[in-house]
Ligand binder design. Sequence first.
Ligand SMILES: [Ca+2]
Length: 123
Amino acid sequence: MRKSRTRRTLAALGTTTAAMGIAFSGLMTGTAQAAIGDCPSNRFCLWQHSDYSGRGVPFTGRANAPAGFNDAASSVYNNTNTTWCIFSDANYGGSHRTIGPGGRSRDLANQGFNDVTSSARPC
Ligand SMILES: [Ca+2]
């Protein structure tokens, strides 16, 4: 029950921010209980900590990391049908890692990319 209410909240946030033209669709809520299932369909999601925990940020399109989230991502789930890349620098610069459709990493340290991501986009 609690989870479905959270999903509706996320959907509402996504609609609001999309109308403003922001590429990431609002912050996922319930940070203490964040989970991979909180990543909405057709979103590319980053989390502050490993195992899809801590603050989560769902992207709808290319964007730099939002305020307070630069060099913070420790896990990732690509809940889209498109390959995405995460970059070590803003504006899709520096080194990158590729996450295929449906791909995930529960700990970006395994890819040598913990607390590194500064931007993300389909690639
Ligand atoms: Ca982190």
